[in-house]
Design a protein around this ligand. Structure first.
Ligand code: MN
Length: 422
């Protein structure tokens, strides 16, 4: 999916973070139990994957810089005969060495044996760990527990968390990463068009959602996150996931969805008329949100502070709502718009990065203004996945119908007759 040279180039940057006489540790994470003997499908911590390209649980990447010598070792779980036989998952030191290009690959038992090496070589002054800062402080993760354990034995070590440094690296993407986002957006585009071709009154929200799922599965892609398919006033619940209402003629339905390709996400929202045509009122309000989005897209270019894009969308939408007589003063928009207008996107859908950053080429994020009128049973959000370019930006989700005219035309031309719908 992504070359080992890419990951090697990331490790070269990580190496620069480490001071002389230090050891750094980055963990892949643990599988989590679902129910009975089943486990949730495993995704490695993004920083670990970014540095190694290895996607299995229980692994640890260790880099040391001791007396001028830099070394990298990847510790992996022992090959599991049962897993190989039952699930066909098999790897060993040699295959992982080949796959990742990391010079030394060892099994985990060697990691445990090696731990006392801090004392044997008391030249080590710094300990670097990678601790995700959004995890709650009560359930300590593996990296935190590890740091505690090492510190209890060697309290003189200076501890550094590399999480923010790695987050900063991930904020600007490399061409190989952008290619994966591009593919994820293509599959999302195909999936949304499949939705549009089958959308009609009388269906359940989950039935129409299934057309998106079909496209993802048949492209061998995963979901970047759980799909929101929220019709009528359900669309005013920002993270609605029940998706079980029957859609009626005259409803709008809001989709917030995205495919993931090679672990890189896409994230798109669209709002469609279930019956194929917007009412006058729906059209007016839809165009307010679209205007808010277009204004932010027009300002997306290198040099623009990212957090101002939110205000740009908001003030344009407020102006329009005043014009329509829906509100009197700009600040009243907070009754109908109460979330922020976008987030970085990368290995995570809501990816790390500094919202106050000034935009640079190859940053990727979403813009997603919305308006929610519960009393009218109307919720509208329009969201695109966006790449900052040298002179402006490219909307990677531009192939998905977005204007009122495009949506109505697409539905007219492509909707299947109802007997073919299932
Ligand atoms: Mn979204």
């Amino acid at each position: 999916m992504i070359s080992k040279e890419f990951h090697a180039s990331r490790r070269a940057l990580y190496r620069e973070l480490l001071e002389e006489n230090s050891v750094g540790f980055v963990f892949s994470g643990q599988e989590k139990e679902d129910r009975g003997d089943q486990m949730f499908s495993f995704t490695p911590y993004a920083n670990f994957y970014y540095l190694t390209g290895f996607d299995q649980p229980k692994a640890v990447f260790v880099a040391s810089k001791i007396m001028g010598v830099y070394r990298e070792v990847l510790y992996i779980d022992h090959p599991d005969e049962m897993k190989a036989r039952w699930q066909g998952i098999s790897y060993d030191k040699e295959s992982v060495k080949e796959e990742t290009g990391i010079a030394q690959v060892e099994y985990l038992e060697r990691f445990e044996e090696k731990l006392p090496f801090f004392s044997g070589r008391n030249v080590i002054e710094h300990l670097y760990v990678d601790i995700a800062n959004w995890e709650d402080g009560f359930s300590r993760n593996q990296a935190q527990c590890f740091a505690d354990k090492v510190l209890s034995c060697y309290p003189y070590l200076k501890v550094h968390n590399t999480f923010q440094d790695l987050a900063h690296m991930r904020q600007v993407e490399e061409p190989e990463e952008i290619a994966l986002h591009r593919r994820a957006c293509e599959i999302t585009t195909e999936g949304v068009k499949n939705i549009l071709a089958h959308l009609r009154p009388g269906m359940k929200e989950y039935e129409i959602e299934a057309y998106f799922d079909f496209t993802l599965k048949s492209n061998h892609a995963r979901h970047a996150f759980s799909t929101i398919a929220a019709s009528g006033k359900n669309a005013c619940v920002l993270h609605y996931v029940a998706n079980d209402r029957t859609m009626e003629e005259g409803d709008l339905i809001l989709f917030d969805l995205g495919a993931e390709w090679g672990l890189y996400a896409s994230d798109v929202s669209r709002t469609f008329p279930v019956g194929g045509r917007f009412t006058e009122q729906q059209k007016q309000l839809y165009n307010v949100v679209l205007k808010g989005l277009d204004a932010a897209i027009a300002r997306t270019k290198p040099g623009q502070p990212k957090n101002e894009l939110q205000e740009i969308s908001k003030s344009v939408m407020a102006e329009e709502l005043i014009r329509l007589g829906m509100i009197e003063k700009p600040e009243e928009i907070s009754r109908y718009y109460f979330h922020s207008s976008g987030h970085y996107i990368g290995l995570y859908t809501h990816d790390v990065g500094d919202d106050r950053a000034v935009l640079e080429p190859n940053m990727m994020f979403t813009l997603e203004p919305g308006l929610y009128f519960e009393e009218l049973g109307i919720g509208i959000r329009i969201e695109d996945t966006i790449l900052v370019t040298e002179n402006g930006c490219e909307v990677l989700s531009a192939g998905i119908p977005k204007t009122v005219e495009e949506i109505e035309k697409f539905m007219q031309e492509h909707r299947k007759p109802s007997e073919e719908a299932f």
